[in-house]
Design a protein around this ligand. Structure first.
Ligand code: NAD
Ligand code: DAU
Length: 331
């Protein structure tokens, strides 16, 4: 099987490629990645000699057409992925998340190639705190940020291409991932690398916002489950029952680092900050038989801390610039 992985030099994509090479020697992987600030070829170093890497954009129609023509399936991770960045400049979000997805859909339509679209639970907006309510595939779309609205738009494009043109596509909407190779602009790696540097973690607002954490390897195992057993045209929500508020995450990290429980700072909140995400993954669990392996968040976090301690050369070159950008917003 020949799989084209877009965004394979990013956080989830690089983990997907590494896992695939490790566990599925029969799969031939080609990565298409524009190597934006979020892409790093060194995240693919452990498997570099076993994959094909192409630098370029998913919005480049000619390049995409040639690569899709050679593939049996496309797994589409490539995106601008950070909410805070989308509040400063939405334009690359529109180009990559909307135009890029459109470009890929036209190519898979022409060549009759199976497509899996990686999306996010943020398309559903947010939920109140302290209710049992969770997102399902029937929850109405209600995105809050430029990032999540472009992801919502890309999902709708996929649905329309399935219905109108018979494209063989599936969609997955996953909750917040954590694990190795995540960019230090994101919440957990930012706090881990701050703590390594002896800097106090930074909590937006009161820190009561809830995210439904899942280990990146569990997300990627679910993607393979959907590719192999998912129903074409279907949407699958991916989550591992990991609801935790940001304050609890910071307190757990402080404990892992042996620091005082109150050794953090509250900083400016994110405009439009979604309150709570929570996933009902029963379709994926019951129909396709997937279940997560990382069920203990604390030990997953400890392993992630260990990875950032051992891989300082990977994150150090970008850390100062990320912090300078946050400082401009008082965060
Ligand atoms: P990331 O920002 O770490 O990586 C994105 C990758 O896409 C980078 O390698 C970047 O170079 C590449 N890219 C960006 N624009 C491109 C373009 N025009 N053409 C080709 N490549 C391009 O993102 P991530 O956190 O790994 O997220 C991957 C996907 O998963 C995204 O679609 C995101 O919406 C989705 N998702 C992320 C999470 C999460 O918690 N991180 C949760 C659910 C869904
Ligand atoms: O839910 C899935 C989404 O999860 C993905 O679609 C996105 O691509 C991914 O970036 C992530 O979005 P969030 O906005 O939830 O992730 P982020 O890591 O930016 O923030 C997580 C929470 O932590 C959020 O409530 C904001 C808060 N936060 C973030 C940073 C960077 C802080 O309190 N302090 C911080 O320094």
């Amino acid at each position: 099987m020949r799989v084209l992985v877009t965004g394979g030099a990013g956080f989830i994509g690089a983990n997907f490629v590494q896992q695939t090479v490790r566990e599925r020697p029969d799969v031939d992987v080609t990565v298409l990645d524009a190597l934006t600030y979020a892409g790093d070829r060194s995240s693919l170093a452990p498997v570099a000699d076993r994959i094909t890497f192409v630098e370029g954009s998913v919005a480049d129609a000619d390049l995409v057409d040639g690569l899709v023509a050679e593939a049996d399936a496309v797994v589409h991770f490539a995106a601008e992925s950070h909410n805070d960045n989308s509040l400063h400049d939405p334009s690359p979000f529109v180009r990559t998340n909307l135009v890029g997805t459109y470009t890929l859909l036209e190519a898979v339509r022409r060549h009759g190639v199976r497509f899996h679209h990686i999306s996010t639970d943020e398309v559903y907006g947010d939920l109140p705190l302290d209710t049992p309510e969770r997102f399902t595939a029937d929850t109405p779309y209600n995105p809050s940020s430029p990032y999540s609205s472009t992801k919502a738009g890309s999902d709708l494009l996929v649905r329309a291409w399935v219905r109108s043109f018979g494209v063989e596509a599936t969609i997955s909407n996953c909750s917040n991932n954590y694990g190795p190779y995540q960019h230090v602009e994101k919440f957990i790696p930012r706090q881990i690398t701050n703590l390594i540097d002896g800097v106090r973690p930074r909590l937006y607002g009161a820190g009561l916002n809830v995210r439904d954490w899942i280990h990146v390897e569990d997300h990627n195992a679910a993607v393979w489950t959907i590719l192999e057993r998912g129903r074409v045209g279907e949407t699958y929500l991916i989550g591992a029952d990991g609801e935790t508020n940001n304050l609890q995450v910071v307190r757990t990290l402080l404990e892992i680092f042996g620091r005082d429980a109150d050794d953090f700072d509250h900083v400016n909140d994110r405009p439009g900050h979604d309150l709570r995400y929570a996933i009902d993954a029963s379709r994926l669990r019951d129909e396709l038989g997937w279940s997560p392996r990382y069920t203990d968040f604390r030990s997953g976090l400890e392993a992630t801390v260990g990875w950032y301690r051992s891989n300082e050369a990977w994150w150090r070159p970008v850390k100062a610039a990320v912090e300078a950008r946050y400082a401009e917003s008082g965060q």
